[in-house]
Design a protein. Structure first.
Length: 198
């Protein structure tokens, strides 16, 4: 939403606070993120949120039908898959190339997500779409959906291909993602200070 200039108010909740269950319940959800719209009410689940936004801002998906279909497929694969990677490589905005002992299943997920990204990039190239370094040329919902994976791969010392590294650099340089990472790092500092009793 920040990348596309869509105005919104952000409400942060304390995930591990004593009031978490009550705080999230007021938005008719048990998980985050939640998008609250005056007319539509609470929309939960990241994929549902992005599809709802795309109803109002269709340019968030690639504008060519073939690319749009591939983008939706890629997001769905991320939404329901890569469980070992998501479990063993927690998203950590403050980590960089941290050593991590991952399972064979997690390593396979890392390889698979890179292969999926390459498929997206190859299709974009075949269709001669202007290349801005993102999965489908311009930044789209697909890139937003894979931003947490980019942050994970940047956080841990896992092997990645040169094309993957180039894509990650493009993503991390995106102002909206850079701001998100910076906010995550600042939040980590606050949590650390709270734990230290400051």
């Amino acid at each position: 939403m920040r990348h596309f200039g869509i105005e919104f108010d952000e409400v942060q909740l304390g995930l591990f606070s004593d009031t978490w269950a009550d705080d999230i319940a007021q938005y008719d959800s048990r998980t985050v993120p939640v998008l609250v719209d005056e007319q539509l009410g609470s929309i939960t689940d990241s994929l549902a949120i992005l599809e709802t936004l795309a109803d109002f801002f269709p340019h968030m998906w690639p504008n060519r039908a073939k690319l749009r279909a591939k983008a939706r497929s890629a997001c769905a694969q991320m939404h329901s898959g890569f469980m070992a990677m998501r479990s063993e490589m927690p998203m950590n905005c403050s980590a960089y190339r941290r050593q991590l002992d991952i399972s064979d299943a997690c390593a396979a997920d890392v390889m698979a997500v890179q292969a999926l990204w390459q498929q997206c990039r190859d299709l974009t190239s075949e269709m001669e779409v202007p290349d801005e370094g993102f999965l489908f040329g311009e930044f789209s919902i697909a890139d937003a959906f894979f931003a947490p994976v980019v942050i994970r791969l940047n956080a841990y010392a896992v092997s990645t291909s040169e094309p993957t590294q180039a894509y990650m650099q493009t993503m991390l340089a995106n102002p909206a993602i850079a701001a998100w990472v910076a906010e995550g790092q600042a939040e980590t500092v606050i949590l650390a200070e709270d734990e230290a009793g400051h």
